[in-house]
Design a protein around this ligand. Structure first.
Ligand SMILES: [Zn+2]
Length: 98
């Protein structure tokens, strides 16, 4: 019967529409959660940064912007992270990022 078929698709359409809306809302929630998580991770990463150069023990002053620009984070394949000062950064690395 065409009539019931139409009704059925309408009902289906409505259900699909509302579930799509729910899905969108759920996605937004997930996105916001991810964003918060990433921010926290970034903060934690900053907090866990060493306070000095891992190579020569030069103190690292996080509050100086020019130091932030010069110092580098060396990430090793096994996940270790080393903070290195300007003096300990190989010239080849410095030239690369320029
Ligand atoms: Zn150093």
């Amino acid at each position: 019967m065409p009539a019931s078929y139409l009704t059925l698709t309408r009902k289906l359409g409505k259900a699909l529409m509302s579930s799509a809306r729910k899905l969108r809302r759920a996605k937004q929630k997930i996105l916001q959660k991810e964003l918060k998580k990433n921010l926290k991770q970034a903060e934690r990463a900053m907090d866990s940064l060493p306070k000095k150069c891992d190579e020569c023990d030069a103190p690292f002053d996080r509050t100086k912007k020019e130091e932030l620009d010069k110092w580098r984070i060396a990430v090793y394949d096994d996940g270790r992270i080393h903070l290195v000062c300007d003096g300990c950064t190989p010239e080849s690395v410095k030239n690369e990022s320029r």
